[in-house]
Design a protein around this ligand. Structure first.
Ligand code: NOJ
Length: 568
């Protein structure tokens, strides 16, 4: 009897799943992803570095946010040249972060709370301290030699390749041990893996299976668009480094590799997959994610997040970029929506206004944008509190290797380092990596020790404990918006239509699905602005807004955000 009942229930579930899927519905489209930077989230043992036990202690907080998925930056063994993006053992946990048993408890704790876990997969490069690389560099005939890209010195200088993180921007590093150069698009301690080698691909797929078998729910593929290289290493035209993405992105066989990965791993698990980078054109992006390609679920493109500049940005440009991407993916494929992550400075400081008068409002306005657009939202930890840039003054305060190397590069060139530092105050990714501000106790409650990077001194005012108690806080607004998105399929699947296109202060759009129609109006400026949508809004029901008092029809107050119901 029980067996029959459970078969019946399974049948119902399957039926529901089929119906949902036939309509193109997928859990990873409906998910809200919350990104945790483990090093800065919560330290449990007083060494000043966030860790897995720290995250475990905050699982109830994460659950109360209402998010569905956590994306965790790399937690594998690593000498930490690039905070974990240099992996020395893909099947172990970084000592600073804890043990495999902590990891298992973390997954269990998340799953018990209905939260899925996405792991970073860093396989464009490994650490130079990975056993593969140690073997590879030991001799030209070592079986691991072809796990990496080597250029024997007797062939002369290798054709120039730009390195993003190297102190000289030279991506070839000479190694006297075998009289050869190895390739590293990122730092010298991040040698690029050779994806042409089927043995290497098999290793990566086995690693993915190892984690998927442990129960994780997805992979974020770091720098993946760069993995495929033309290994004849042709000479690139002069000035190529200014457009290196064009030369490095979507190399030969990239799609073959992804299809192989899908066949070998992804298709066997109910996991989501997202690529960092979406290629150099809409066509590239579609080829990565369209449903008939059998590659990935989604990618995140850089164009939107790159708009913010120290001197400000044009809302018209912002609208144009997001509308163009939306329309290109209206019928097939799926994208992610984000404005911040661990590679960016803080959301509110880059896209809003972090002065006390507007921080709260502009942060809520940006949250409204991210959670009402089509695409899977990725939301970075701390942004739900409206955390701001610290804006370090001194080079000694920075920890990011890429910034420190660039500083030395500029200094060696006798460039203006004052100007460099002033730009870094706005743009450095260390701004987004300062410790999470839990409360107003020492170090914002992040650690009882000395934090690995300074806590933003504004933690006394901006912190989770304080915001918990205030119904109008950024934190509670974020929760409200998460709830709204989860209860409104129109916000997930609905058609997006841009209105009032020429308005350079207010961004208005509708989302429409199965007869349900919502209007979103966002004032991106710190002054009152008029809207010209042509829609009579005075009688529309306000579903949410970031001001405590009713709005004035036709005008939006500074950074005002409104979600209105046009039809049920
Ligand atoms: C992209 C990651 O997001 C970034 O943090 C890292 O430094 C590079 N890839 C290299 O792995």
């Amino acid at each position: 009897m029980l067996a029959v009942l459970s078969l019946f229930i399974m049948g119902c579930h399957k039926h529901k799943k089929d119906v949902a899927e036939s309509a193109g519905r997928k859990w990873w489209k409906e998910a809200i992803v919350y990104q945790i930077y483990p090093r800065s989230f919560k330290d449990s043992d007083g060494d000043g570095i966030g860790d897995l036990k720290g995250i475990i202690s905050k699982l109830d907080y994460i659950q109360r946010l209402g998010v569905d998925v956590v994306w965790l930056n790399p937690i594998y063994s690593s000498p930490n040249d690039d905070n974990g993006y240099d992996v020395s053992d893909y099947r172990n946990i970084m000592k600073d972060f804890g043990t495999m048993s902590d990891f298992d408890s973390l997954v269990k704790g998340m799953h018990e709370r209905g939260i899925k876990l996405v792991m970073d997969l860093v396989v464009n490069h490994s650490s130079d301290e990975h056993e593969w690389f140690k073997q590879s560099r030991s001799s030209r005939t070592n079986p691991y030699r072809d796990y990496y890209h080597w250029w024997n010195a007797e062939r002369g200088n290798p054709p120039a390749r730009y390195s993003l993180f190297d102190i000289n921007h030279d991506a070839w590093r000479y190694d006297s041990l075998t009289n050869a150069y190895y390739l590293h698009y990122f730092s010298r301690k991040q040698p690029d893996l050779n994806w042409e080698n089927p043995k290497l691909r098999r290793e990566v797929f086995d690693i993915m299976k190892f984690w998927a078998d442990k129960g994780i729910d997805g992979f974020r593929l770091d720098a993946f668009q760069f993995v495929a290289k033309d290994t004849s290493f042709p000479v690139f035209p002069e000035g190529y480094e200014k457009h290196f993405q064009l030369y490095y992105g979507i190399g030969p066989h990239l799609h073959d590799y992804l299809q192989e990965m899908n066949r070998e791993v992804l298709s066997h698990y109910d996991v989501m997959s997202v690529a960092e980078g979406a290629g150099n054109s809409m066509r590239d992006a579609h080829m990565l994610v369209d449903s008939d390609r059998n590659e990935l679920n989604m990618a995140y493109a850089f164009e939107g997040v790159d708009i913010a500049k120290p001197e400000g940005y044009s809302l018209l440009h912002f609208k144009e970029v997001f509308s163009r991407w939306d329309s290109a993916f209206a019928n097939d494929g799926w994208l992610s929506i984000y404005l911040a992550n661990h590679d960016q400075a803080r959301l509110v400081s880059r896209f809003g206004d972090d002065h006390p008068a507007f921080r709260d409002l502009s942060s809520k306005m940006l949250t409204t944008f991210i959670l009402t657009m089509r695409g899977t939202p990725y939301y970075y930890n701390g942004d739900e509190l409206g955390m701001t840039n610290t804006g370090f003054d001194k080079i000694q305060d920075y920890r990011d290797m890429s910034l420190l190397n660039e500083y030395r590069y500029q200094k060696n060139k006798h460039a203006d380092t004052i100007q460099f530092l002033s730009k870094a105050r706005f743009a450095s990714r260390d701004n987004g990596r300062t410790p999470f501000q839990w409360d107003s106790t020492a170090n914002g409650g992040f650690t009882t020790g000395t934090p690995w990077i300074a806590v933003n001194p504004n933690y006394k005012i901006i912190n989770a404990a304080e915001e918990e108690t205030d119904p109008n806080s950024c934190l509670n607004y974020f929760r409200k918006l998460v709830k709204l998105r989860k209860s409104e399929p129109a916000l997930i699947y609905g058609k997006y239509t841009l209105l009032d296109k020429a308005n350079d202060s207010v961004y208005s759009y509708t989302r429409e699905w199965n007869g349900r129609k919502l209007l979103i109006m966002l004032n991106f400026k710190n002054q009152t602005a008029a809207e010209y949508t042509g829609i009579e809004v005075s009688h529309l029901k306000v579903l949410t807004g970031n001001y405590p008092t009713p709005s004035v029809p036709g005008r939006l107050r500074p950074f005002e955000a409104l979600v209105l119901e046009i039809s049920k």
